[in-house]
Design a protein around this ligand. Structure first.
Ligand SMILES: Cc1ncc(COP(=O)(O)O)c(C=O)c1O
Length: 439
């Protein structure tokens, strides 16, 4: 049966499975192997030349990882996928497949802080320049930053931490007009809620450590290529890609063999197996995550201790119109809210919670909470934090799949504690609903 005809819930279980290779088991086996013996002399030669696509060494490919790659490519509507050891590795590999010293790219400013640091500091060290866009859904803002050396546009489909939603078709059109691909980090949305490749993006990256796994037991990352961006129109610009030989597999082949294969961020076969176990229940979890998050966000917005809630599912969100058009199934479950009383109130809230885990992870079946200003964004200056809208009273939550009444009860406890501290503050912060920092 072709996986193109399967519904999402069926594909998340069956796509990518090779019944023959599984020796009767219906669970993808774990191939704990560094390398694979060649049948004969010619096969070794062919595997190295690429004429035979079988396995040779796990850094280049592994049967367990490969089954999960096929599944992810199907779920995202892509041509081919590459699995690596973490989300950061996926982003690094995806971008270094398109960028070389002297190149430039344009990125949304509102992205995971680790990705921003990678772009600003590590990539700058490689001679790659980046410009950041504040108003991510303004096509002109992207267009204005394009230079002759621009090679990529990058953004998150739902931005970490403040929930701006990318208008993928609008920004993909600007990227294509500039002759460059649009790479989208789809970690917060997952392919169940949104498939950027179907809306015009060219490459999707994931931290599979999050919703795709769901169990919070293993890191992983994925790059999924639509195989539709035509690199052959400007061979000078994309010298690293062998389009003549590999056709629309040129980009994925390059990042597998020459970028990931050399830098070496290989996913362990056991972690690929754990990821696969998570993906099989993705749609059920994400439905529940989204309905829980929607209920919590609505409830939070009505609480007097809360100054603002940044959730794309709320009518008051500036991203609501884009979300309604691109996200018919729900809006995910990671978002920010801000309490009156600043850092002391935020700290009191966190300390009082019993169910929420205080950690920097997200997309887990368990509900999680983090105070970005003193953790993920602590290295930034006050001005930079303000630009990103990361205020002292802001908290990021990742709503899990528990009973929502229990989560609301826990947050009530936290808000009561925050109110005690906030009452002692000389002045409350002014109410700000959904103001997105514009730089
Ligand atoms: C949107 C997003 N992308 C990428 C990453 C990095 O993923 P990993 O922790 O798997 O390296 C994160 C981590 O929180 C993230 O939130």
């Amino acid at each position: 049966m072709s996986s193109d005809t399967l519904g999402f819930a069926t594909a998340q279980i069956h796509a990518g499975q090779d019944r023959g290779a599984a020796h009767g088991t219906r669970v993808i086996p774990i191939h704990l192997a560094s390398g694979f013996a060649f049948d004969d002399f010619d096969q070794a030669r062919d595997r190295f030349s690429g004429d035979d696509v079988g396995f040779s060494y796990t850094r280049m490919g592994n049967p367990t990882a490969s089954a999960v790659e096929r599944k992810l490519a199907t779920l995202e509507g892509g041509r081919e996928a590459l699995l690596v050891g973490s989300g950061q590795a996926a982003l690094t590999v995806a971008m270094l497949g398109l960028l070389r010293a002297g190149d430039h790219f344009v990125s949304a400013r509102h992205i995971y802080e680790g990705s921003r640091g990678l772009f600003r500091e590590n990539f700058a060290g490689f001679g790659i320049q980046v410009d950041f866009v504040d108003d991510i859904d303004d096509p002109d803002a992207w267009h204005r930053l394009v230079r002759p050396e621009t090679r990529v546009f990058f953004a998150e489909s739902i931005a970490n931490p403040r929930n701006q939603v990318l208008d993928v078709p609008a920004i993909a059109a600007v990227a294509h007009e500039a002759g460059v691909p649009l790479v989208v980090d789809n970690t917060f949305a997952t392919p169940y809620l949104h498939r950027p490749l179907e809306w015009g993006a060219d490459v999707v990256v994931h931290s599979t450590s999050k919703f795709l796994s769901g169990h919070g037991a293993a890191l992983g990352g994925a790059v999924i290529d639509a195989g539709t961006f035509d690199f052959s129109t400007d061979p000078e610009r994309w010298q690293q890609l062998d389009h003549a030989r590999h056709g629309n597999r040129a980009y994925l082949t390059y990042i597998r063999n020459t970028i990931a294969g050399r830098l070496g961020p290989t996913i362990a076969p056991f972690n690929a197996f754990l990821l696969q176990q998570g993906i099989e229940t993705l749609s059920l979890r994400v439905e529940r995550h989204s309905s829980n998050a929607s209920a919590v966000a609505c409830w939070l917005e009505k609480q007097p201790e809360v100054a603002s809630v940044d959730y794309a599912g709320l009518a008051s969100s500036p991203s609501r119109a884009v979300a309604e058009r691109l996200y018919p199934r729900g809006n995910g479950s990671v978002f920010a809210f801000t309490v009156h009383g600043g850092e002391r109130a935020a700290a009191a809230l966190i300390e009082r919670l019993e169910l929420f885990s205080h950690m920097s992870h997200l997309g887990d079946v368990r509900s999680l909470i983090l105070h970005p200003a003193t953790t993920s964004h602590a290295r930034l200056s006050e001005v930079e934090r303000q630009q990103l809208g990361v205020t002292p009273g802001m908290l990021r939550i990742s709503i899990g799949i528990e009973d929502v009444a229990d989560l609301i009860r826990d947050l009530r406890r936290g808000l009561d504690a925050a109110a005690t501290v906030a009452d002692c503050e000389p002045m409350r912060q002014p109410a700000r609903r959904h103001a997105i920092a514009r730089g």
